[in-house]
Ligand binder design. Sequence first.
Ligand SMILES: [Zn+2]
Length: 92
Amino acid sequence: MQPKSINQTGPQTFTVVWKDAVVMEYRLADVQKSCPCAHCRKVGAKVQEEVNVRSIETVGRYGLRFTFVTGCDRGVYTYSLLRRIGRQLKSS
Ligand SMILES: [Zn+2]
């Protein structure tokens, strides 16, 4: 499943509209907590309560990279990981 659009909705939140019309909301702190890089998987990601992001870029066809202002930004978040950690919003 791939995103149709990614929209930052606040300083610490963004939503992803998936191609199947599912809309999911994310808090940047929760995203960073799930950092999939080798280091964070081993020792756990250190995350501040308020996490800001400089940019969100797509990586190939399979994931997103977040450039966080603080903390680890080495992880590539695959779409399947993002589908697992998002909070699904009610479809309108
Ligand atoms: Zn990491």
